[in-house]
Design a protein around this ligand. Structure first.
Ligand code: C5P
Length: 232
C-alpha cells in the first residue's frame, strides 16, 4: 500500500488556498478539503484543485438516511475526487448505499473511508449523551469492523489505533491518520500526537497534516520533511 502525506487545507476561501498551493512548484501534494472550504466555495474549488493535478480527500463526513447518502455520493463521485468519507454511525445499510452511489457505471469509484468516533467525543459524552456504555476503544473497533464488512476501504483514526485497526480489519484496510506533529513542533489543540516517523512505524497508511505544514515559515520545506520522515 502506497504511503502518502495529505495536507489538510483548512483555509476559509479559495484565494488563501491557491496562494498556499502556488508555493508548490515541483510537487503536487495530496490535499484534504473540509467542510469550511467546501461550503464557502462549492464544488468549483474541488474541480480547480483537481485541474491543477492534485489528488483530493474530500472530508465531508456524510451521515443521513441510506437513500440520501447514496445520491449525495453519486454527486461527489462525479467530482472525480480520490477519497471521500462518512460517519460509520450511520450503520452498515448507509455505508453500503454510499458505496453503491459512489460507484460509476464503469465500476471505478473514489476510496470510501469512515469516521468511527470523533476524537472530540470522550467516554463521558458517549455514556451520558449517546447512551453507549462500552469503552470507547471497543466502540471504535466495532465501528471499524462494520465499515470493513460494508466493503469500505478504511477508517480515519489516530496513528495510535492504526495497528489495532489493521489487526482487526486486515492489513489492506486503510488507516488515514490525523494528529501528527513534528517531534520538535507545537502540539496546538491536538492532544495525543505522534510524529511522522512514529506514524509510519505504527502502520498508518496516510497521515493528514494541517498546521505543521500550512502555518510553517516554509510550508514546502515542512511538507518535504513530513514526506521524508513518513515515507522514508
Ligand atoms: O492542523 P492539524 O494537523 O491539527 O489538522 C488535522 C486535520 O485533521 C484537521 O483538518 C482536522 O479537522 C482533521 N481531523 C483531526 N482529528 C480527527 C479527525 C479529523 O484532526 N479525529
Amino acid at each position: 500500500m502506497a504511503k502518502d502525506v495529505i495536507i489538510a487545507c483548512d483555509f476559509a476561501n479559495a484565494d488563501q488556498t491557491f496562494s498556499f498551493l502556488d508555493r508548490f512548484a515541483e510537487e503536487k501534494p495530496f490535499v484534504k478539503i473540509g467542510m469550511e472550504l467546501f461550503y464557502a466555495e462549492g464544488p468549483q474549488i474541488v474541480r480547480e484543485i483537481k485541474r491543477r493535478g492534485h489528488r483530493i480527500f474530500l472530508d465531508l463526513k456524510l451521515h443521513d438516511i441510506p437513500n440520501t447518502v447514496k445520491k449525495a455520493m453519486r454527486s461527489l463521485s462525479a467530482l472525480d475526487v480520490d477519497i471521500v468519507n462518512l460517519h460509520a454511525a450511520g450503520t452498515r445499510a448507509m455505508m453500503e448505499a454510499a458505496l453503491e452511489g459512489l460507484t460509476r457505471p464503469d465500476g471505478s469509484r473514489p476510496l470510501l473511508i469512515a469516521v468511527t468516533q470523533l476524537t472530540s467525543t470522550d467516554q463521558a459524552a458517549l455514556e451520558k449523551e449517546l447512551l453507549i456504555e462500552k469503552p470507547i476503544d471497543r466502540v471504535v473497533m466495532a465501528y471499524a469492523e462494520n465499515a470493513a464488512r460494508a466493503g469500505l476501504d478504511g477508517v480515519v483514526c489516530s496513528p495510535l489505533e492504526a495497528g489495532k485497526v489493521h489487526a482487526c480489519c486486515g492489513e489492506r484496510f486503510l488507516t488515514v491518520t490525523p494528529g501528527v506533529r513534528f517531534a520538535d513542533g507545537e502540539k496546538g489543540d491536538q492532544k495525543r500526537v505522534t510524529n511522522p516517523a512514529e506514524a509510519r512505524l505504527l502502520g498508518s497508511d496516510y497521515i493528514v497534516v494541517g498546521r505543521p505544514v500550512t502555518q510553517a515559515a516554509d510550508p514546502v520545506e515542512a511538507y518535504r520533511r513530513c514526506v521524508k520522515e513518513f515515507c522514508g
